[in-house]
Ligand binder design. Sequence first.
Ligand code: UT7
Length: 356
Amino acid sequence: MPSTKIAGIGFYVPEKVVTNFDLMRHMDTTDEWIQERSGIVERRYVERHEETTASIGAKAARIAIERAGITKEEVDFIVFATLSPDYFFPGCGVLMQRELGITHTEIGALDIRNQCSGFVYGLTVADQFVRSGMYKNVLLVGAEVHSMGLDFTTRGRNVSVLFGDGAGAVVLQPTDEPGQGILTSKLHSDGTHAEQLALICPGAHGGYHAKKMGMDVDFGFDENLEFGELFVTQKMLDDAMTYPVMDGQLVFKTAVTKFPEVIREVLDDQGLSVADIDLFIPHQANLRISQFVQRKLGLPDGKVWNNIQRYGNTTAATIPIALCEAWEAGKVKKGDLVCIAAFGSGFTWAASLIRW
Ligand code: UT7
């Protein structure tokens, strides 16, 4: 059975740079607070209504396709990971297919909704398709446009300062070269804290989960309706419920435990140790989380790639953007062992080992 290699990689970040000082004009925050707590100095935002998650995904994809040495017509499957889709449905996979001008229908498109771990989950799904021989050129994209959906008032500052827009893409192909490609992946989930990092409204829940969890929250649903549901109520809009919510401290504490656990799990699976890792690319949620994990594993600075300082947290896109930057900088060479790992909403977390 062949294994799966990354044959081409690309990324795109919008041109518009938004600094912490720019955000200070909209909310009560400081450059010092943001840098001290998260390491973020600036992030990128799309030109409103001119770029979307699918369109920036396509920009990254074109680069990955060219670097893989194939034509867009040769892509036989698309996996698109995002939490900020252009539409509720259909997913960004088909929108990006159209954007890329792939008009033949001998192709499938799948959207992955695993937030911060979306890229690692997507990689694992794509890996199965390639290994089984079902597809030969899988285009995997992680892309986000957060800037259209954050609360830029002081009320939303704990979340909005952290996120940025961007996209990363890889083309995955089979390889028969012994020991090359994706060696292993481990995926985890725990729904206990689903609402602690979430965008709850709009949705079709009708308050079900809140009632079940004993939460005291009124979404403003019209209980007199005979059928159906209102996705968006006036109360949701008035009370700013249509923005993401996050218990930052819980997420932080859980992340610093789960990252090292899942990294050790993939290493153990392959009989490898931390010293064998040539490059570690953590999901860019917070520079403090990445540094904590690095220290816990005992990895030197030269073996970890962080770029949250420049792009903020681009959720499903952080790992492919960072991997591409590191590759372009000559930090990933043939034969290197690359470890990628992510933790986030769900909670879900995951890691993969890739022999380049
Ligand atoms: O990929 C997504 C996964 N997300 C994460 O991994 C995020 C994990 N969590 C974190 O990164 C951190 O918890 C944050 C950076 C979000 C927050 O840092 P913290 O040290 O946990 O701060 P905190 O939430 O405990 O808030 C401390 C104070 C509060 O004020 P009081 O109550 O002490 O007066 C907040 O209101 O900081 C205040 N605060 C802010 N101040 C200035 C919250 N956000 C801001 C802000 N600017 N942007």
